[in-house]
Every structure is written in structure tokens, then in C-alpha cells.
Design a protein around this ligand. Structure first.
Ligand code: PEP
Ligand code: MN
Length: 341
């Protein structure tokens, strides 16, 4: 349930509502936005009696929240969430492009690619320092040294950086260096990691599990928000299907549903969906066309020598092409929007 307060409600009236919620053993969560205070009721197992609140001074409405995910849902927060990362805004009305290698391999590699990402007009530099690999015998990432290289990239090219936190043990370290902390597909339902991400000072980008339903994905985001971190970005990266022509199947049909269900921004990663470089640009165009708020793409200056995911990494000139295409598709959408009366 969401208690919407009157515009002129006093602090005492808000506190009275909070007290009633807490006296029942529930959690009261003030929801930011608009020019009035709303208070979400969390931790209730069944429906809450609206009669407890209606008629109290300062209370305008009591709206039942029907979805299992509450803080993530548009029922609780109808307006879109915008996330500020340095000078970059992520969310409705913006198209944010993130580019960089799968993994940070050396300072020279990271700097070379970052320069190209910046030149192409990319907004955020991506790169893994801790890599979740299928085989324990393959490159696992540079760890702390990789994070330090990312910090240099940020300083040199004025690009915020996004990198993955794989476990709770190394979370503090990643949080210290990253501008956005990524949670990978294999960890989408790692609940201790999600709880830690809820206490994270940085925005969190939560990738969809490779076999997760929309509800499971949004419930995972709910864990992060319930922990107190309201800056959550969703990232669709393809789900596992029976097909063999691509590594995964990019589920673009999830985008309009996410936009309807949630106020959180959604970014598409076509690289891990495709697994092959030649599919990445067409999928990026489609992602922008379907209404995603941005893209995250793997880029490498020498993909044939990359230590991971070379086959799906774009050459820098292809990344430039992708950025140009993405902006043009976006401009067409803006132009084609029905004019408001
Ligand atoms: C990545 O972004 O490098 C990555 C490992 O992605 P995913 O978790 O989607 O496989
Ligand atoms: Mn990768």
C-alpha cells in the first residue's frame, strides 16, 4: 500500500502515518518525487486495511500496490527515475552509451580503448576487473590492479566507469573505484550480494539472469532498493534459448513491459546477447528503437588477441558507427513522436 499525503501535510502528520505503520510491525518507506510526500508500506504479508489511514489529517489517498515488487514498481513511483553519474544522466529522455573491453588486460589496452570510446562519443567506460568465467582455467581478471587502471581511465578521459562486483568479499573494493557497480547475470539471484548492493553508495546496474523471468529480475532489483539504494539500472543481456545462431537471445520484448512496470532505467547489452560482432550494431539499433535508455557494448582495439569475449567485441571504428546509428535512431524517434495538443 502507498499512502499519499496531501501537498500541505505537516511533518507531524507524516510522522503519525509512519507511527501507525510501524506499530503494526511493518516498515514505512518515504518515497521521493513530486511535490508531496508518499509513504510506502513494506514487509506486510497480506493486504493492509486502508481504513487505518483514510480520514487521518494530511492523508490524501491510500493506493493498494498489487505487484510483488513494490519500490521498483510504477504503482509506488509513477515518474521515471533518473540516475546521475558525474555529468551523465541515465534514464528517460537520455541515451547513454557505455563501451569498453570485456576485461581490463593492461593499462595500455584500457587507455587505448578508452580513448576510442571517448572519441566516438561514448559516455561511460566499461571493463571487468573481476571476471565471472565459465572455466576456472581461463583469465579471471586483474582484480585490484584492474580497478586502479579504471580509475586512471576516469581521470584521463573524464569518463565514469562501470565494473562488476562478483562477491561480497570484494564489494568494498569495487565500490571504492567504480562509478557504477555491475551485478552480472550469474549473480542476479545472489541474495547476499544484492543485500550488499542495497547498502552501496554507488548506482548499481543489475543484469538480468540468463534464465530469469521479468518478475524474478524485478524482485532482485527490489532487494537492492529495499536495502536503501534507489539508484538501480536494469540491464537486459540476452536469455538462454534453444538457438545456435547467437550466444543468447536478446529479449527486446521485455523492454516495453519493463517501461510499463517500473520507473527504473533500462540499458541493453547486445554484445553478450549476440556473442558475435556482426550482430551487435543491428541489435543496438533495435534496442534504441524499442525504447531502451542506453547501450552497453564491448569494444577492443585488437579483439583477436582479447583475453575474453573477443568474438563479440567491436573494433573502435564499428563502435563509432554504432554511436552514430544509435543517435540517429533516437533522433528519428523524437521526430516521429506524436505532437502533444
Ligand atoms: C560482462 O558484462 O562482462 C559480463 C560478464 O556480462 P554477463 O554477466 O551479462 O555475462
Ligand atoms: Mn564479456
Amino acid at each position: 500500500m502507498l499512502i499519499v499525503m496531501d501537498r500541505k501535510a505537516t511533518d507531524e502528520q507524516v510522522q503519525q502515518v509512519v507511527n501507525i505503520i510501524e506499530s503494526r510491525g511493518f516498515k514505512a518507506r518515504p518515497i521521493p518525487g513530486g511535490d508531496r510526500v508518499s509513504i510506502g508500506i513494506l514487509n506486510n504479508q497480506g493486504p493492509v486495511d486502508a481504513g487505518l489511514f483514510l480520514g487521518l489529517p494530511g492523508v490524501k489517498e491510500a493506493i493498494p500496490v498489487t505487484r510483488p515488487y513494490k519500490l521498483v514498481s510504477r504503482e509506488i513511483k509513477p515518474e521515471d527515475t533518473l540516475i546521475q553519474v558525474g555529468k551523465v544522466t541515465i534514464g528517460n529522455g537520455h541515451l547513454t552509451i557505455m563501451g569498453g573491453p570485456c576485461a581490463i588486460e593492461s593499462e595500455t589496452q584500457a587507455m587505448t580503448i578508452a580513448e576510442k570510446v571517448k572519441e566516438a562519443g561514448g559516455h561511460i567506460f566499461r571493463g571487468g576487473a573481476f571476471k565471472p568465467r565459465t572455466s576456472p582455467y581461463t583469465f579471471q581478471g586483474m582484480g585490484l590492479d584492474g580497478l586502479k587502471i579504471m580509475a586512471k581511465v576516469r581521470e584521463t578521459y573524464d569518463l565514469p566507469v562501470v565494473t562488476e562486483a562478483m562477491d561480497t568479499e570484494t564489494f568494498d573494493m569495487v565500490e571504492e573505484y567504480a562509478d557504477i557497480v555491475q551485478i552480472g547475470t550469474r549473480n542476479m539471484q545472489n541474495f547476499s550480494l544484492l543485500k550488499r548492493a542495497g547498502r552501496c553508495k554507488r548506482p548499481v546496474m543489475l543484469k538480468r539472469g540468463m534464465s530469469a523471468t521479468l518478475d524474478e529480475w524485478l524482485m532482485a532489483a527490489e532487494y537492492v532498493m529495499a536495502g536503501g539504494n534507489t539508484n538501480v539500472i536494469l540491464c537486459e543481456r540476452g536469455v538462454r534459448t534453444f538457438v545456435r545462431h547467437s550466444r543468447n537471445t536478446l529479449d527486446l520484448s521485455v523492454v516495453p513491459v519493463v517501461l510499463k512496470e517500473s520507473h527504473l532505467p533500462i540499458i541493453i547489452d547486445p554484445s553478450h546477447a549476440a556473442g558475435k560482432r556482426d550482430q551487435v550494431i543491428p541489435l543496438s539499433r533495435a534496442s534504441v528503437a524499442v525504447g531502451a535508455h542506453g547501450l552497453m557494448v564491448e569494444v577492443h582495439h585488437e579483439p583477436e588477441n582479447a583475453m575474453s569475449d573477443g568474438a563479440q567485441s567491436l573494433y573502435p571504428d564499428q563502435f563509432k558507427q554504432l554511436c552514430d546509428y544509435a543517435r540517429r535512431v533516437r533522433a528519428i524517434l523524437e521526430e516521429a513522436k506524436p505532437k502533444e495538443e
